[in-house]
Design a protein around this ligand. Structure first.
Ligand code: NAD
Length: 396
């Protein structure tokens, strides 16, 4: 099959196995070029196939020499369909991990379900005994509650009043005003149920009750704050309520784990192009401007640089990581630098369809978006006929 990108709205419905493998290899090479981390040894990553979760898994393996179990929801190739990017990423990651002598196994299915939690516990019992780090990096539009069966959907909406601001159509570079109507109470409740902390807490309780969580284990989940201009649609919107809940969960988990010397944190990460962030209105335009300013100042980071820094300079330094006034670890420090934010704010006022390419790094945004699906990577022959059926060796 000759695989080309097929963009529909803000997703790409195809993925390239060789390109995804190259993307993963670049992240592995980055971690290998950095110093070793005295870190975790047996790691569970929930949401391990793309974005921050994949970068966490690569950092744990190639930075700290850890054995990893990855949980995710991806699709293998079938008929005329390619597999999803996260499938190819995992196939490439596991192959590289095994070649380098590291244990890596994966479980594909709904992490919100009791069944997936049980399967994971069984695998940990069989192969690890216990895990000493649990990374919770799910991003999903939906969740079915494992006890009540209620199906929740998340929305990306402001709360209280409608929000109007600029946004970019990432397919054609048109900058226009978008108005997002406010969420109702029910939409807020459902978004918190999907992206808040309840499922993280259920995972930690299940692992702990099954005796597969080391007493002094660390657990971490990821959050975002961002600039004032995205507050109405992000931090003060429905997703922000979910993040408030996730952050409150970190405190509850920290209280539960501290007796055994365990730790629970939320890390506030940088805004990056991932499959999830592409879906948020306003944010892709902000990221395009942010990338330009951060690159000009030599401050730019991708998922892998962020996760390497989180592990090596925050979580595993030998002393407790510095946290902000709400107890959160911050690796969004470079994004939030005053001079970066002031420059982005200035550009935000000026940016329009005509000057988008001069004022922002929109081309990189688009290129990075395609790279998430394995397109546009150097050294990959996109005219080559490739087999879309790529097995993940360690899938259970
Ligand atoms: P992503 O879309 O790249 O990854 C999501 C992961 O979750 C994938 O591995 C996917 O397979 C898995 N997943 C989704 N639904 C699942 C299910 N039901 N069962 C099992 N696995 C499932 O997302 P990301 O951007 O890396 O986001 C991860 C976390 O980081 C989120 O909490 C997000 O809010 C946070 N974060 C993202 C950004 C950003 O700019 N992208 C910034 C800060 C924090």
């Amino acid at each position: 099959m000759i695989i080309q990108p097929k963009i529909r709205g803000f997703i790409c419905t195809t993925a390239h196995p060789d390109g995804c493998a190259k993307h993963v290899q670049e992240q592995i090479d980055y971690v290998k070029s950095q110093g070793k981390i005295e870190g975790p040894k047996k790691v569970l990553v929930i949401g391990a196939s793309t974005g921050y979760g994949l970068a966490s898994r690569i950092t744990a393996t190639f930075g700290a020499g850890a054995s990893t179990i990855g949980v995710f929801f991806e699709k293998p190739a079938g008929g005329p369909r390619t597999a999803t990017a996260g499938w190819y990423n995992t196939a490439a990651f596991e192959k590289a991990a095994k070649e380098a002598g590291y244990y890596a196994k994966s479980l594909n299915g709904d992490a919100f379900s009791d069944e997936m939690k049980q399967k994971t516990i069984e695998l940990i019992k069989k192969d690890f005994g216990q895990v000493d780090l649990v990374v919770y990096s799910l991003a999903s539009p939906r969740r079915t509650h494992p006890k009540t069966g209620e199906a929740f959907s998340s929305v990306l909406k402001p709360i209280g009043s409608a929000f109007t601001n600029k946004t970019v159509d990432t397919n054609n570079g048109t900058v226009s005003a978008v108005t997002i109507e406010p969420a109702n109470e029910e939409e807020i409740r459902q978004t918190v149920a999907v992206m808040g902390g309840e499922d993280w807490s259920m995972w930690i309780d299940a692992l702990s009750e099954a005796g597969v969580l080391a007493q002094d284990a660390t657990t971490i989940a990821y959050s975002y704050i961002g600039p004032a201009l995205t507050y109405p649609v992000y931090r003060e919107g429905t997703i922000g309520r979910a993040k408030d809940d996730l952050e409150a969960t970190a405190h509850q988990l920290a209280d539960k784990l501290k007796a055994g010397g365990g730790r629970a944190y939320v890390s506030v990460n940088k805004a990056l192009v991932t499959q999830s962030s592409a879906a948020i209105p306003v944010v892709p335009l902000y990221i395009s401007l942010l990338y330009k300013e951060m690159k000009e100042r030599n401050l730019h980071e991708g998922c892998i640089e962020q996760m390497y820094r989180l592990f090596s300079e925050r979580l595993y330094t030998g002393s407790e990581p510095a946290t902000d006034e709400k107890g959160r670890i911050r690796v969004d420090d470079l994004e939030m630098k005053e001079e970066v934010q002031a420059a982005v704010e200035m550009l935000w006022e000026q940016v329009n369809t005509d000057n988008l390419l001069q004022l922002s790094d929109f081309e990189s945004y688009r290129a990075e978006f395609l790279r998430l699906f394995g397109f546009g990577l150097e050294g990959v022959d996109y005219d080559k006929d490739v087999d879309p059926n790529v097995p993940i060796e360690g899938i259970e």
